[in-house]
Design a protein around this ligand. Structure first.
Ligand code: AMP
Ligand code: MG
Length: 407
């Protein structure tokens, strides 16, 4: 049997980051920046008013109080969007709107709330400090400054910043397109009537959403029956939109394990037993004219889930060009005694919590890889090394953390 590490490094060795593309900002949403972004402009790019009010000289309003307001002539208006045609001479003021450029000579903006809102002449009831309500050029971002590093994922805040510095296109690694097919003639779409011996298809819901959470664009193809030609046709149809193909089911040693049967024949996919529990039957290789990577996962839902975490998520992250490839691993006190098979790495579904500043973990459910009920109540996987067969209650274990809040 192949070790988990060996299998993973074989797969990773054949996968490269996806080449970067120049995309429109909205198309780059969720993608990973492949260039460091240098601001081409200061932000703000000119001194401007942060309030609707009056641009003044500080000395002219120094004596202003509620009871003894200062009256100043208003020489004109300056709105956002055009340079000020006026300057503020001693004893004068200019009415100004939020975002409008500060006129020459002005030292502060008096908010409209402190005035009588006069148009030809304004009565001001408070003094202003130098620079009050003026947003200074470059106080946010300086031209020439790196505002986003390569490797940053572009969310709303990052895309807003790019637009604010005037970028309309940006170089990113696109999200890998992952196609998910579920094989099994017993499978029925959820929501449909079910017959004897049939079960609802659930793996694709695990795998599609897990792939999306890992940063991929995932396409759920749905159910493919255990028929060699139908499987081949389905894969071939999907290659056009796939950077990675994931199948579930049909890789064990049963009579209708069609994925293994068909892809073995093609000869570019290798099937192996990996020393892990769950998830022993695994396969990977390439397929189609572009040698698209394909990873074939076992059909039991828990096996599929664990295999995704162990093998597929790192591949998606490699394609995205981000580090680290792996989930964070923490050491935790294990509340339960655990038994594990000799010679295999066990991944036990678990609930991880922080109690009094320390990680505490408990196993969730049994080791049966069909136990989806338990899967829904796990936020971590206890990783029991190959050479460990039992862990006493209260012992220390390594835990792969699946929930971001916990690290
Ligand atoms: P297989 O690997 O095809 O032998 O499947 C192993 C077990 O997982 C069988 O009990 C299947 O019915 C079940 N199974 C396979 N694929 C799925 C799926 N997509 N959703 C739920 N269960 C599945
Ligand atoms: Mg099957």
């Amino acid at each position: 049997m192949k070790s988990v590490d060996e299998h993973l490094s074989d797969i990773l060795a054949s996968v490269d980051p996806i080449a970067a593309l120049d995309l429109q900002l909205l198309d780059a949403h969720g993608c990973i920046l492949s260039e460091a972004v240098v601001a081409g402009t200061d932000l703000p790019s000119f001194d401007n008013s942060s309030m609707d009010g009056y641009a003044v000289r500080v000395a002219d309003v120094a004596s202003a109080t509620d009871k003894t307001p200062v009256r100043l002539p208003v020489v004109g208006d300056v709105a956002a969007g055009s340079p000020s045609p006026y300057s503020v001479q001693p004893g004068m003021s200019v009415r100004i709107m939020t975002g409008a450029p500060i006129p020459a000579g002005a030292e502060a903006v008096v908010p409209v709330e402190w005035t009588d809102r006069g148009l030809a002449e304004v009565s001001i009831g408070r003094a202003a400090e130098s620079g009050a309500h003026i947003r200074r050029r470059g106080e946010d971002v300086n031209a020439g400054e790196v505002v986003l590093d390569a490797g940053t994922r572009l969310g709303p805040g990052q895309l807003g910043l790019l637009a604010a510095v005037g970028r309309d296109r940006i170089k990113v690694r696109p999200k890998p397109r992952v196609v998910i097919l579920s094989t099994g003639s017993e499978l029925v779409e959820p929501g449909s009537p079910i017959g004897p011996g049939q079960i609802y298809e659930s793996n694709s819901y695990i795998l599609t959403t897990a792939a999306r959470e890992a940063g991929a664009t995932a396409f759920r193809v749905g159910i493919v029956p255990d028929q060699p030609q139908q499987l081949l046709d389905a894969i071939e149809d999907q290659l056009i939109r796939a950077d990675l193909v994931i199948t579930s089911g049909g890789v064990s040693v049963g009579a209708y394990d069609v994925v293994k049967e068909v892809l073995t024949r093609i000869g570019t996919v290798e099937f192996t037993e990996v020393a892990m529990q769950p998830g022993k039957p695994q396969g990977w290789g390439t397929i189609g004219p572009d040698s698209t990577p394909i990873i074939t996962l076992p059909g039991n839902p828990v096996s599929s889930f664990v295999s995704f975490e162990v093998f597929v998520r790192p591949v998606i992250r490699r394609m995205l060009g981000v580090e680290p490839l792996h989930r964070p691993v923490v050491r935790a006190t294990c509340e339960d005694a655990i038994r594990a098979p000799a010679g295999k790495r066990q991944f036990a579904r678990a609930w991880l919590d922080v109690q009094q500043g320390r990680y505490v973990v408990r196993a969730v459910g049994g080791s049966g890889s069909h136990l989806v009920g338990d899967l829904a109540h796990a936020n971590a996987l206890i990783v029991v090394p190959e050479d460990v067969t039992q862990i006493p209650a209260g012992g220390t274990v390594e835990v792969m953390v699946l929930e971001r809040r916990l690290t």
